[in-house]
Design a protein around this ligand. Structure first.
Ligand code: C2E
Ligand code: MG
Ligand code: MG
Length: 349
């Protein structure tokens, strides 16, 4: 913008105006479209005297604005540069980690509330970083998505989780495993091929595999997503909708996509017993999910109070620290072994 009268503070207002304007839903034919907007700004001469430098710096600020969740603006600053350099390092470390296979999969048991037995697990990835130690997914999955590396990591996780679950089957534990999948993996169009190959290589029965998607997976290329999910389901693989109730919660997804399982988001579980409204929302999710013939899993179950309420609602399965944190495969094997050799059922009353 070449304008002598523009300064830092009115520029901010100006950008916010642009963001607001573009965020309004608009119609293209019969479709209503929503745009997200992020803006990165560099100023002449503070942030550079050459055009290319200014553009690079604005681009770094833009990436930062996106990382903050989008729909915001950000000025370039040396902090932005420092963070970006850190990101670049992390990104190249992630690439190496894929080669060196530094990812480990933890498993969190899922308990069936009818039998009080472990019926499944959720596979949750961790990065065994050579110097930083064991990193939780929150510290690298978003970056992996941004850098286009999530499909490669996802494939490693799928392979490990299927192999491990088949091993449990061989030991006589007929449990299923859910694996988290992001939109990017579906959009690439080769997920079916990858899963078919992994099922053959690991020997896992597809009936014991579940994929967890969030609503963001349903936002783009709906036809591709629907046909992929239908083919997966045709193989006996279950589809779960993760973090249900957050995001856009457009209920038409429940009708338009083949979903077998709803996973109520932890934020609702944490609020059980806090206000009548909170409880009513959870009740409504159960009534709706069950009337659509879906199984309902509650995650983030931390207290006996949560559990009692969920039982009363006819919750099918629970997962949470009350039962176990995500643990390495050997520890879960020990839990399964103990369960079958211990006649007293887990005390979850
Ligand atoms: P998610 O799929 O919703 O997984 C549940 C998260 O809640 C896990 O965090 C789990 O450790 C945590 N959790 C379970 N029970 C409790 C509880 O009682 N209290 C509390 N406070 N937390 C509980 P984690 O392992 O850090 O994973 C975070 C997210 O990272 C996952 O959320 C998932 O979206 C993503 N993620 C994990 N593994 C993978 C993966 O292999 N691929 C992809 N694409 N995403 C993954
Ligand atoms: Mg999940
Ligand atoms: Mg979740």
């Amino acid at each position: 913008i070449l304008d002598q009268n523009i300064n830092r503070s009115n520029l901010e207002t100006y950008c916010e105006g642009i963001i607001e304007e573009l965020r309004r839903p608009f119609k293209v034919g019969e479709h209503e479209l929503l745009l997200g907007v992020s803006i990165g700004v560099s100023l002449f001469p503070e942030h550079g005297r050459e055009l290319q430098v200014l553009i690079n710096h604005a681009d770094l600020a833009l990436q930062q604005a996106k990382r903050m969740g989008g729909n915001s603006m950000r000025f370039f600053s040396s902090d932005v540069k420092a963070i970006s350099i850190e990101q670049v390092n992390l990104e190249s470390a992630l690439r190496k980690a894929i080669f060196k296979d530094e990812f480990v999969v933890f498993y969190q048991p899922k308990i069936c509330l009818r039998t009080n037995h472990i019926v499944g697990t959720e596979a949750l990835v961790r990065w065994q970083h050579p110097t930083l130690g064991l990193l939780p997914p929150g510290q690298f999955i978003p970056l992996a998505e941004e850098a286009g590396l999530i499909a490669a990591i996802g494939e490693l996780v799928l392979d490990k989780a299927c192999r491990q679950t088949n091993e449990w089957h061989n030991k006589g534990f007929q449990i299923s495993t859910s694996v988290n999948i992001v939109a990017q993996q579906l959009q690439r169009g080769n997920l079916l091929e990858i899963i078919d190959r992994i099922l053959v290589n690991t020997g896992l029965n597809p009936l014991s595999l579940e994929l967890e998607l969030t609503e963001s997976s349903f936002m783009e290329d709906k036809t591709l997503v629907r046909t992929t999910l239908e083919s997966l389901r045709g193989r006996g693989i279950k589809i779960a909708l993760d973090d249900f109730g957050t995001g856009y919660s457009s209920l038409s997804y429940l009708r338009d996509f083949p979903i077998d399982v709803l996973k109520i988001d932890q934020s609702f579980v944490f609020r059980i017993g806090q206000t009548d409204k909170d409880d009513a929302i959870v009740r409504a999710i159960f009534a709706m999910g069950h009337s659509l013939g879906m199984d309902i899993v509650a995650e983030g179950v931390e207290t006996h109070e949560h559990l009692a309420f969920l039982k009363e609602q006819g919750c099918d399965m629970v997962q949470g620290y009350l039962i176990s944190r995500p643990i390495p495969a050997e520890q879960l094997s020990a839990m399964l072994f103990e369960e079958t050799h211990n006649t007293t059922l887990r005390n979850l009353a």
